[in-house]
Design a protein around this ligand. Structure first.
Ligand code: F6P
Length: 404
């Protein structure tokens, strides 16, 4: 018989798709076991200040039904607060007092690597927690809710921008979130059939990008009967040079977790392209050949960077993330009931509840470069000399693959 009568739900870090499904999954599964669940608002800031609240929101059936799982963001709210960084020596005691005040026996906390590190920290101080993986960056070991939604939004935004790119025959550089990994840029970029995708895992060689532009974009416009065409680059915000120097705007500062705010990669890419256009005599010839040249006004093609910023993780959630959010929210409750605290729910598949220690789940997962070579062989530029797609054959065994 579990001692848990009341669970506190926290969402932390950046908002993302699927979090409301996580909340609903937790609340409904808990309810089915006669356990109450409550919202601890505003992420870890709210946990720190819980003791000062007059009341907490109980997620009873009526309240839960008012949460829309298909909307991104979180009904529980967010903050980027790392508990161990709060300059109050009494922090952990204060948190325990807050939990005691509201009779909260355990926490289910959804977030990314920073959030997970706090789950480990709280666990080591005797606060039972289970972690639900969430980050649009997809940089955790297991899949994290919000990733699929972000990929789809990046794809949609990029596809939509093509009409502007085509109309103006512009090169469009779409800078997307993703922190130090390129999972969402890669998959979102492929989803939109971007010409070039630049990710942190591959240091960018701008001469190679430039050659690809000349071959692809110039040829496209030359072949077009109305002499129009665009070239689409999706760039992850965390790209760097081969010496590991980040290509971002340092003046953006740091967030509350103490991480560099990464922005400026798109601008950097644009400047690199413009520099090469200006120095290349063939560009003027091309502009004249396709009837775009206007002396003193329009001598090189236009390149523009677009930063959709938080649009890539806001708005609506994909059905995949709603499914995953519900499954893992419910699975997290079952893990708690089984006494598996300090763990991350990985998935619930058929009648298997899969989990792993949170300390392992939050280890950074980068794009496997083997995934890139196939797309290089199909013509996408990744800012490096294309590599051969090396493969081996594997006969699939029944049952095949992962099914929703
Ligand atoms: O970690 C998720 C993420 O969207 C990153 O990709 C991005 O760098 C960061 O959050 C932006 O955070 P904020 O919402 O604090 O600006």
């Amino acid at each position: 018989m579990s001692f848990i009568k009341r669970i506190g739900i926290i969402t932390s870090g950046g908002d993302a798709g699927g979090l409301n499904a996580v909340i609903k999954g937790v609340a409904r599964e808990a309810y089915a076991h006669g356990i109450e669940s409550v919202v601890i608002p505003n992420g870890y800031a709210g946990l720190y200040n819980l003791v000062d609240l007059d009341k907490v929101v109980v997620l009873n059936a009526e309240r839960v039904s008012r949460i829309e799982a298909s909307l991104s963001g979180s009904e529980a709210g967010h903050s980027r607060v790392k508990i161990s960084k709060i300059t109050d020596q009494n922090t952990y005691e204060r948190i325990k007092q807050g939990l005691k005040k509201f009779g909260i026996d355990a926490l289910i906390i959804s977030g990314g690597d920073d959030t997970g590190s706090v789950v480990v920290d709280l666990g080591s101080r005797g606060i039972p927690c289970v972690h639900v993986p969430k980050t649009m960056d997809l940089d955790l070991q297991p899949y994290s809710v919000g990733g699929d939604s972000a990929i789809n939004r990046i794809s949609q935004i990029t596809r939509d921008l093509k009409t502007t790119g085509m109309s103006h025959s512009r090169i469009l550089i779409i800078e997307v979130f993703g922190r130090y990994v390129g999972h969402t840029a890669l998959r979102g970029g492929i989803g939109a059939e971007a010409d070039c995708i630049l990710i942190p895992e591959i240091p960018v060689d701008f001469d190679i990008v430039y050659d690809h532009i000349k071959k692809t974009y110039f040829g496209r416009i030359e072949r077009s009967d109305v002499k129009s065409g665009t070239y689409i680059i999706v760039v992850a915000e965390g790209i760097s040079t081969s010496s590991g120097e980040l290509l971002y705007d340092e003046s953006a500062g740091v967030d509350a977790f103490g991480h560099k705010k990464l922005t400026g990669a798109g601008k950097y890419v644009r400047q690199q392209i413009e520099k090469r256009f200006k120095a290349d005599p063939e560009v003027k010839e091309f502009m004249k050949k396709v009837g775009m040249y206007a002396p003193g006004v329009y001598e090189i093609p236009e390149a523009r960077e677009i930063v959709p910023s938080h649009l890539v993780r806001s708005g609506s959630t994909t059905a995949f993330d709603v499914n995953f959010g519900y499954r893992t929210g419910a699975g997290a409750v079952l893990l708690l009931l089984e006494g598996k605290t300090g763990n991350t729910i990985v998935d619930v598949s058929k009648n298997k509840i899969c989990y792993m220690p949170t300390s392992d789940a939050i280890k950074r997962r980068e794009v496997d470069i083997a995934d890139v070579a196939l797309f290089e062989s199909l013509g996408t530029c990744f800012g490096r000399k294309p590599e051969k797609f090396e493969y081996e054959l594997l006969e699939a065994k029944m049952p095949i693959g992962r099914h929703l």
